[in-house]
Design a protein. Structure first.
Length: 109
């Protein structure tokens, strides 16, 4: 990372934008290319995302990191795929998720 990029990063963090920094920033995000897979992605086609925090065992997180690295993916993409599969499995077993039904977590899947 060169000094100009670092300056822009720190300026953005501190909230003291100068005209020079603002003029260097792109107005729209261009489609990016996933260098590992050669696929184009578009920021406008992504679904909304939210951040959340959770706790998992160290061994499980290590395996998720290995899977992501092997597949050339981000950890969030591997975790998202696992969540989607878990929800589909749950819905096949119990029907569409539309309300709160409390069960033991071990009985879910």
């Amino acid at each position: 990372m060169n000094n100009n990029n670092l300056d822009a990063l720190f300026t953005g963090l501190t909230g003291t934008n100068t005209e020079e920094t603002v003029s260097k920033q792109p107005t729209a995000l261009p489609p990016s290319v996933d260098e590992r897979k050669g696929r184009k992605t578009s920021p406008s086609t992504k679904q909304p995302e939210e951040r959340f925090c959770t706790i998992v065992s160290s061994a499980l997180l290590r395996k998720i990191r290995i899977i992501a690295n092997r597949e050339g993916l981000q950890i969030k993409d591997v975790v998202n795929a696992a969540f989607e599969k878990a929800v589909k499995s749950y819905e096949r077993k119990y029907g569409t998720v539309d309300g709160e039904v409390k069960r033991s977590a071990k009985d879910l899947f």
